[in-house]
Design a protein around this ligand. Sequence first.
Ligand code: UGA
Length: 432
Amino acid sequence: MSRVCVVGAGYVGLPTAACLAHLGHDVICADLDEAKITKLQQGHVEVLEGGLPELVSAGLASGRLEFVVGASEAVTAAEFVVLCVATPEGPNGGADLSAVEAVTREIAPLLRADAVVVTKSTMPVGSAAGVARILQASGAPSTVAVASNPEFLREGTAVQEFLGPHRIVIGADDETVAGRVATLYEGVNAPVVTTSLSSAEMIKYAANAFLATKISFVNELANACEALGADIEEVIRGLELDARIGFGGLAPGPGWGGSCFPKDTAALLHATSAAGYAFELLRTTVAVNTRQRTRVVDKIRDACGGSLDSVKVALWGLTFKANTDDTRFSPAVDIARLLVQEGAVVRAFDPAAGGAAQQELGDLVEIAADAIDAAREADVLVVVTEWDEFRNVDLARVASVMATPRVIDARNVIDLKSAREAGFEYHGIGRL
Ligand code: UGA
């Protein structure tokens, strides 16, 4: 078992640290956010991530997981330093690597001679080689190695996916280094794909670009179903059994959001364009995604007779998907803003995102205490996030508190028959 330092205790770093400790490694997880580290030292996990609080508590209790402020102290004994710091979208669409570069400079002179610096944050092709250059220029022992080990974790199910991944990708320019990184995952049953540094970085972007394209495709298909009179849910059932198409990632909706697809598609477009290549399919994937938000707003406006002025909208869901408390780049937040711009009065409810949403939206929308409260007196109900609570709601009760029982189901989660029985005028995405 190895001594590992994980730098960054965010959506990727924290599950990584907790899972590596669970696999038996001695892990120190470092972050600059003192308040977060203090809470983690007490076993308090602030993000909504299934199974994570339990793993953090178990790691702390076993002594295999420790939290510290700042990377310097944490890296000195580490055989592996796993970089999980944020790489947000910069002003021009490219990835902002300043946090990675700063940490690399800080830790360089403190590293063990046999240390491997593993980049897990999503970084443009060539960045890991850049980390190696910064390490050498900043006083790291010349024997320190660099590997790229991208993560494919979805928020909300990160622990499950870390311990049961589809594959483990390890990029290194030296087979021995790749082999050493693979030992971190002993006990995890998954194929290991070993590549060059740059291919590993590209695999991460390719995966997110493909998944985003798959969703944009299904959203386009849903819109085509509306135009031609077919039902997207039936069409999907007939598509996904073809192994070349596959199950999953084919749910139509208000378009993809979150902290990954938007920034990663932008970064790949930026990098390819800077390299002289126009990635037209990906450009269209992004454009379709933006249009999908406005199509939902168009549906709401049409259902309300052509104007949203003073229309009371109940908005169910604010997170970018269910089972997370994250509202970053959420289609729900974009749709709320567009509705308010057109004069609608929006009352929103989300089972997990109250505080975060209030921060994002300020006074633009009112946050209701629960789903029924949001629907009270509303002219239209809009379901934007696919929480089970909305799927299983008592529709007759919802209809009874609304001014007009009318629903725009932007996630196709409401049972059509029950909606109609409850007296709802129903509009889904691509549903007959
Ligand atoms: C995504 C990828 O799925 C992970 O593999 C990757 O590791 C991660 O980004 C990352 O780069 O760190 P995540 O952003 O957590 O994970 O969320 P997803 O579950 O993939 O959903 C992304 C967006 O697409 C959400 O807005 C979701 O509602 C939407 N979506 C997803 C659909 O509209 N339809 C679908 O069928 C699937």
